[in-house]
Design a protein around this ligand. Structure first.
Ligand code: PMV
Length: 327
């Protein structure tokens, strides 16, 4: 009898970023990365290999996805079929609990949940490391969303050596993020194309790899020491160096809009006023503010001079992926 397996995975925000592949097919990154999994944003996905038809049926928030949009998911299911020896096609139902068009790395939670649900539904019983390697094939940042808390993805040199593992979970000290959700604009360039362009054209790319590797060592120490300011400073500098790659590519590109710069300025002003908070940015305009819970009110108040209360979402460290089976 075919079984339906449901998995839930949370998104994560990188503190030391992955930005560039050394093998696009295997999704091997140029450098390792460290992230924090968040409680507020997650994806829930159910999979059963029960289709009599020739094609996988993918439902996204209860809507059947057109085949051309589902291409990346179908390719991922092909990997699961190859590993398990199954030939049946699947029904996939996925719900994203990420605010509409927030652009908060839904591919991380999405492919982590799909890796968990599809592998188990196919009869595979993968351990967390193997799940992390499988999720990596869907989206780089998904490698880390198998785990909760602080997570490190080891770059590795082949499929077996490129996986994530927890650095600290649960997180037993005060650290959180406030996501500033800005108006969704069309991405100037996808993360896949952006990464390929910076690796090929930014003269600063080799310096990025060198400094990112140094950041990994310092970030591991900051997490072990529970040193909030050290963690925030390293994360903020690392994020801006990632964006400096984009500004130095040919042709140059960036993910900022005017509101992004306003949010950055607000964080800098708060810091000048003695409130410890730091920002990080990914492949989109949203700003994530790394802060501590006792400063939440002051930070939200300052941001509300420019943004609506509903644009500000406070997220705490979140858990790893979970799987449930219904026969
Ligand atoms: O998961 P991808 O391939 O879409 O890459 C996302 C990369 C960043 O979010 C910008 C950084 C990171 O390490 O998550």
């Amino acid at each position: 009898m075919t079984k339906t397996v449901t998995a839930k995975a949370h998104t994560n925000i990188a503190l030391v970023k992955y930005w560039g592949k050394k093998d696009a097919n295997l999704m091997l990154p140029q450098n390792g990365s460290i992230s924090l999994t968040l409680d507020h944003f997650y994806t829930q996905t159910s999979v059963s290999f029960d289709q009599p038809g020739a094609t996988d049926q993918i439902y996204f928030d209860d809507q059947l996805m057109p085949a051309e949009k589902a291409d990346r998911i179908i390719k991922f299911l092909d990997l699961v079929r190859a590993q398990s020896g199954l030939t049946a096609t699947a029904t996939v139902k996925t719900w994203n609990h990420v605010p509409t068009s927030a652009g908060l790395a839904s591919s991380a939670s999405g492919f982590a949940a799909l890796a968990g649900a599809a592998s188990r539904a196919s009869g595979l019983n993968l351990d967390d490391r193997a799940l992390s390697r499988l999720a990596r094939r869907g989206s780089g940042s998904a490698t880390r969303s198998i785990f909760g808390g602080f997570v490190e993805w080891h770059a590795g040199h082949d499929d077996a050596s490129s996986y994530a593992e927890p650095l600290q979970d649960p997180v037993d000290w005060d650290i959180q993020m406030i996501a500033v959700v800005l108006k969704a604009t069309q991405k100037p360039i996808s993360s896949t194309a952006g990464m390929a362009r910076v690796v090929a054209t930014s003269p600063y790319y080799p310096a990025w790899v060198t400094t990112a590797n140094q950041d990994l060592v310092r970030m591991r120490q900051a997490i072990a020491d529970r040193d909030f300011n050290q963690l925030g400073q390293i994360a903020e500098t690392n994020a801006m160096r990632m964006h400096a790659l984009n500004l130095s590519a040919e042709p140059a590109f960036n993910y900022f809009n005017a509101d992004t710069l306003t949010a950055i300025q607000t964080v800098e002003n708060l810091r000048a006023d003695g409130i410890n908070c730091y920002y990080t940015l990914d492949a989109g305009p949203n700003v994530k503010i790394i802060c501590q819970s006792h400063d939440t009110t002051a930070i939200k108040t300052a941001l509300q001079a420019h943004f609506k209360a509903e644009q500000l979402i406070v997220a705490q460290p979140g858990p790893g992926m979970t799987i449930t089976e219904n026969n």
